[in-house]
Design a protein. Structure first.
Length: 683
C-alpha cells in the first residue's frame, strides 16, 4: 500500500486523465499508466452493466477492444458487486468455488488475487472495476477503500465517455440515415421522371453509382406469358447498355432466380458468380472487370413479386448493413415505379389498340356489308349453319371455302358471334387488297423507322385482334415468303413487329377464307403445306347460290326491302314472271351479283312493282341454272318469256320505246339495244 500522499497524487493524475480522454480505450490506457504507481495489479478491467439484458460486458485493458466478452449477472463477481454496491476481495480459489465459470481468459491463468469495486455515479450503476494480480493476498481492505475512491472518479469518466460515444454513434447513425433518405429521395425523384424501364434504369444507376459505387445494374421484369425475366442492364459508370439488355433470361437456379422465387435478398460472391458464368456469358465480362459481389433484391408489391433488382460491386464489403438497408428501400420504390411503368405501358397499348379498333370499326361501319343476317332456309344452307355452330365454340382455326360472292365473310362473322370471343373485335384483312410490300406490315405491324415512310409505330392486325378473332379473306393470295411468319404466329402465338426485337404474345383465333383451291395450290407449290394443314383444321364450304334455289325468292324480297328502304322507295310487288326468271339464272357471281342486280332494279323502278332489267341476265350464255330442275319450277322457255316481257312492256308504254317512260327505260336497256333485241326475236 502506497503512502497516503502518493495516493492523493495518483487521484490527481486520474482526474487529469478523466478530463483529457474521450474514448474508452484511451481512458483505460491513461488510467492504467497512472494507477500502477499506487495500486498493485497485473490486469485491469472495466465491466459494464446492461440492466435491460441483465448481463455484464467486459472491456479488457490488456486485450484488443474487439474481443469484448459478455456474461450473465450471476456468472461472475461483477454481478454481485454491481447488485450489492460493495467491494469484493478474494483469491482465485475462492472465485472459482463461487463462480465455476469465471470470465478469465487463457492469458490470465496465473492470477491469484482479485479486487472488484462498484462503478457508480449519482445517476446510474455503470458496472464495476476489476484489478487482478498474480500475487497472493495482493489486496487489503485499505486497498479496496482507496480503489473505491478511484472508482468514484473513474465512474464519472466512464459515464462521460459512454455518453460521448453514444452521441457520436447517434450522430453517425443520423448522418447515415440522412444520407440514406437523401439517396432515396433522389431515387424517388428520378423514378418519377421516367415512364419507361430504360429511363428508370438510367436514373437509378446514376444515384447508386454516386452513392456507393455500384458499377453494373440490371432490372429484371417478370413476363407472365413466357414465365421468364426480361432483363434491362446498364454499365452505371458509362451509361452503356449491356449486350444482354432487353433479352429474356430463364428462372432457374441462379441467384436472381432465388431472389425472385423465394422473395428474399440474395448476396452472391465472385465464387458463386464464376460457377454459373459459363451459362451466362455476360457474368464473365463483369468478373473480368473486377466485380467481386452482386446483390439481388426482389421487387415486391405486397405479396406479389414483379421482378428483381441486380447490382454488382468491386468490393464484397460494399454490401454491408447500411448499404443493404438502402438497397431495400430503393427496391421498394423501384417496385412501385416498375409496376406503374408496366401499367402505363399496358394502358398505352390498350389505348392505342382501342384507337386502332375504333378507326377499324368506323371503317367497317362505313363499309356496306352484303347483309345483316343470313337469309335462307335451303338444305345446303342449314347444313352449313349446323357446322358453323359446331366450330364456333371450339376456338379452333376455321377455313371457309366457296366461290366469290357466296358470303364467306358473313359466315366468319357468324362464327365470331357464336364464340366466346364475341365481346372482342373481329378484325378483317383482305389479303388480296393489300400490296405485297405492305401486307407484312399490315399483319404484324412495324416500329418507327423500320422502313422508308415508317414515321410512327403501327399495330398490326394480329396484335389488334388480341383476345378476339382475325378474319383473313383471300388467304390464298399471301405470298410464299410471308407464309412461314404467319404459321409461327398461329402456332406459337407470338409475333415481332417489323424493325422490332420484342416478342409480343397474341391470343388470336384465325378464320381464313378463299375462293381458290388451296389443296391444288399446295400440289402446285404455290402454297405451303404446313400452313394449309394449320388453316384447314375445320373446313367449311359455302354452297353457291345455284345450289340454294329455294333461297333465291327470300333473298330477292330481302334485298328489295333493304334498298327500297334506304332509297325511300315504296316497292311492295315483285312480278311472278320476274321471280321465275331470277330463279332460272345460274348466278355465277352468287349472292353479290343478285344484290347488285336488285339494287339496280330498285333504282329503275318507278312504281310499286320491282322493275328488274332481265335482259342483262337472259343474254348471258350460262343463263340456265343446270342444277334447277324444270320439275321443281314450271316456267316457259326463257326466249318465250323474254318475248312476252317485251310485249307487255310495250303495251304498258303504248308502244313508246325511247324516252324517260319508254319501254327501253323500263327494261333498263338502251334504245338501240332494245330495237336490236326485238329484231332478233322477230318482233
Amino acid at each position: 500500500m502506497k503512502p497516503q500522499a502518493d495516493q492523493y497524487e495518483a487521484l490527481l493524475r486520474v482526474s487529469q486523465a478523466i478530463s483529457s480522454n474521450r474514448d474508452m480505450r484511451s481512458l483505460m490506457d491513461a488510467l492504467a499508466e497512472r494507477l500502477h504507481s499506487v495500486v498493485q495489479f497485473d490486469y485491469f478491467d472495466i465491466v459494464l452493466y446492461d440492466a435491460a439484458e441483465r448481463r455484464m460486458q467486459f472491456i479488457f485493458w490488456d486485450i484488443s477492444p474487439e474481443l469484448d466478452d459478455q456474461i450473465t449477472l450471476d456468472d461472475g463477481p461483477g454481478g454481485w458487486v454491481c447488485t450489492n454496491q460493495k467491494a469484493l476481495i478474494c483469491s482465485i480459489e475462492e472465485l472459482k468455488l463461487r463462480y465455476p465459470k469465471p470470465a478469465l481468459s487463457r492469458e490470465r491463468d496465473k492470477v491469484q488475487s482479485i479486487c472488484v469495486v462498484p462503478l457508480t455515479t449519482a445517476q446510474r450503476r455503470l458496472g464495476c472495476l476489476e484489478f487482478l494480480s498474480v500475487r497472493q493476498n495482493a489486496y487489503s481492505e485499505d486497498d479496496a477503500h482507496f480503489i473505491e475512491q478511484v472508482a468514484s472518479q473513474i465512474a464519472v469518466a466512464v459515464d462521460n465517455t459512454l455518453n460521448h460515444e453514444a452521441a457520436v454513434l447517434s450522430e453517425r447513425r443520423l448522418q447515415l440515415e440522412r444520407d440514406r433518405l437523401a439517396t432515396l429521395l433522389r431515387v424517388t425523384k428520378a423514378l418519377g421522371a421516367k415512364r419507361d424501364i430504360n429511363g428508370i434504369l438510367e436514373n437509378v444507376s446514376h444515384a447508386l453509382y454516386e452513392s456507393f459505387g455500384v458499377e453494373y445494374i440490371c432490372i429484371q421484369v417478370h413476363s407472365p406469358d413466357s414465365d421468364m425475366l426480361r432483363a434491362f442492364a446498364l454499365d452505371a459508370r458509362t451509361d452503356r447498355k449491356l449486350a444482354y439488355s432487353e433479352t429474356s433470361i430463364p428462372i432457374d437456379e441462379s441467384p436472381w432466380a432465388r431472389a425472385f422465387t423465394k422473395r428474399e435478398r440474395i448476396v452472391a460472391g465472385a465464387g458463386e458468380l464464376k460457377a454459373i458464368a459459363s451459362q451466362f456469358p455476360y457474368l464473365s465480362e463483369m468478373l473480368v472487370q473486377g466485380i467481386e459481389a452482386a446483390c439481388f433484391l426482389p421487387l415486391q408489391i405486397h405479396s406479389r413479386c414483379i421482378g428483381v433488382l441486380a447490382v454488382s460491386h468491386r468490393d464484397m464489403g460494399a454490401f454491408n448493413g447500411q448499404n443493404l438497408l438502402l438497397l431495400d428501400g430503393i427496391a421498394e420504390q423501384l417496385a412501385i415505379a416498375v409496376e406503374n411503368t408496366l401499367a402505363y405501358q399496358e394502358i398505352s397499348q390498350l389505348r392505342d389498340r382501342l384507337a386502332s379498333e375504333k378507326l377499324y370499326l368506323e371503317e367497317e361501319i362505313r363499309t356496306e356489308h352484303n347483309f345483316k343476317e343470313i337469309i335462307g332456309e335451303s338444305v345446303a344452307l342449314n347444313k352449313l349453319l349446323s357446322e358453323v355452330e359446331l366450330v364456333a365454340s371450339s376456338d379452333s382455326t376455321a377455313l371457309i371455302l366457296g366461290e366469290t360472292g357466296t358470303g364467306k365473310e358473313l359466315i366468319a362473322r357468324a362464327i365470331h358471334q357464336l364464340s366466346a370471343r364475341r365481346d372482342r373485335t373481329l378484325v378483317k384483312l383482305n389479303c388480296a387488297a393489300i400490296p405485297l410490300g405492305l401486307l407484312e406490315s399490315e399483319l404484324f405491324g412495324h416500329e418507327r423507322g423500320a422502313f422508308t415512310g415508317a414515321v410512327t409505330q403501327k399495330i398490326g392486325r394480329l396484335e389488334l385482334a388480341h383476345k378476339g378473332t382475325l378474319f383473313l379473306d383471300e388467304v390464298g393470295e399471301i405470298p410464299l415468303e410471308l407464309q412461314p411468319k404467319l404459321l409461327r404466329a398461329i402456332q406459337e402465338r407470338e409475333i415481332e413487329r417489323l424493325g422490332g426485337t420484342q416478342v409480343i404474345r397474341v391470343d388470336v383465333r384465325i378464320i381464313a377464307a378463299t375462293n381458290r383451291e388451296l389443296k391444288q395450290m399446295v400440289t402446285d407449290h404455290q402454297f405451303r403445306s404446313d400452313l394449309y394443314y394449320r388453316l384447314n383444321v375445320f373446313p367449311l364450304r359455302v354452297p353457291p347460290l345455284r345450289q340454294r334455289q329455294t333461297d333465291i325468292p327470300l333473298l330477292v324480297r330481302y334485298f328489295t326491302q333493304k334498298h327500297a328502304r334506304r332509297m325511300k322507295r315504296n316497292i311492295d310487288c315483285i312480278p311472278a314472271e320476274t321471280m321465275k326468271i331470277l330463279c332460272l339464272y345460274s348466278w355465277p357471281g352468287n349472292v353479290r351479283e343478285l344484290e347488285n342486280l336488285i339494287e339496280r332494279a330498285v333504282i329503275l323502278s318507278k312504281g310499286p312493282a320491282l322493275d328488274v332489267p332481265l335482259l342483262e341476265i337472259t343474254e348471258e350464255p350460262d343463263f340456265y341454272n343446270n342444277s334447277w330442275s324444270s320439275e321443281k319450277l314450271s316456267v316457259r322457255k326463257p326466249q318465250k318469256t323474254e318475248i312476252d316481257l317485251i310485249k307487255r312492256t310495250l303495251q304498258e308504254t303504248n308502244g313508246i320505246i325511247s324516252g324517260p317512260g319508254g319501254a327501253a327505260a323500263r327494261l333498263g336497256l338502251k334504245r338501240s339495244t332494245l330495237i336490236s333485241r326485238m329484231k332478233k326475236l322477230g318482233l
